[in-house]
Design a binder for this molecule. Structure first.
Ligand SMILES: [Zn+2]
Length: 74
């Protein structure tokens, strides 16, 4: 490990061991995970849709519903 700052971030499922890297910073990913239901509500009433990283993040949370999903970085 070289400890390069500003690495990549993503969601990881502790139950499946699966990781999805997303093109977004750590704080945004935490925000999405903690406010998932709010983001989905906004998406339903938005004609422009969500940013790609949000779509991908929500898809991952869907796939791992009920699992222990954490935000990871490297
Ligand atoms: Zn899972």
């Amino acid at each position: 490990m070289t400890g390069i700052p500003g690495g990549r971030h993503g969601f990881a499922c502790q139950d499946c061991g699966e990781v999805r890297w997303l093109n977004q910073g750590l704080l945004h990913l935490r925000w999405l995970r903690d406010r998932e239901h709010v983001v989905r509500e906004v998406a339903q009433h938005s004609s422009s849709g969500l940013d790609t990283w949000m779509d991908e993040g929500l898809a991952f949370l869907d796939e791992h519903r009920g699992h222990d999903v954490i935000v990871v970085s490297e």
